[in-house]
Design a protein around this ligand. Structure first.
Ligand code: FE
Length: 179
């Protein structure tokens, strides 16, 4: 039987949790972001840019923001994020670089992508491809998904832990945790 005194003694053996120090930490820390296939449409040498929105684009706008963190929740400055996704008709640009671009996290490990809402295409739920690479580290290839999409359950690659949190219409949030 565990007595109250024994519980207190056990608690004293644990290091002080960051929460106890009054710091807020993203929930994803400690769990490395799941890898997924890059699929058939990745291209190297994407332009460096924060916005992928084409001039005159009529599609719904989407921003995706978040941080790149180490497993111990350290924000990683200068991490590379290379994004690519389908256009509003579900097509990838395999000739040029529409809806493809890379950027680097700021001093707080933050990124901000401005783009459009990608369309679904046959066999796939709505998603965004990304490669994340901390400075001097390994590349993590994965995909981000949207909440409450009927197609999610029919997509064999879909996984709930890669769903963005929507903090408003067209405002996705996702923190990457890299090994
Ligand atoms: Fe895709």
């Amino acid at each position: 039987m565990i007595t109250r005194r024994r519980l207190i003694a056990a608690a004293a053996l644990w290091p002080i949790a960051p929460a106890a120090l009054g710091q807020t930490r993203p929930l994803t820390c400690g769990q490395v972001t799941r890898k997924q296939t890059e699929g058939p449409f990745f291209k190297t040498n994407t332009p460096q840019r924060l916005t992928l929105v084409e001039p005159g684009a009529k599609a719904l706008k989407l921003t995706v923001t978040g941080q790149v963190l180490s497993r111990d929740c350290t924000p990683l400055k200068g991490a590379l994020l290379d994004f690519w996704h389908a256009d509003e008709t579900g097509e990838y640009d395999n000739q040029g670089y529409r809806y493809r671009g890379h950027q680097f996290t700021d001093a707080d490990g933050r990124y901000r992508l401005e783009t459009i809402l990608p369309a679904e295409y046959p066999g796939r739920a709505r998603h965004i491809h990304v490669k994340v690479q901390p400075a001097g580290g390994r590349v993590l290839t994965t995909q981000l998904y949207f909440p409450n999409q009927a197609r999610n359950e029919m997509d064999g690659l879909f996984t709930p832990d890669l769903v963005m949190r929507m903090k408003g219409p067209g405002q996705g949030v996702f923190d990457f945790v890299v090994a």
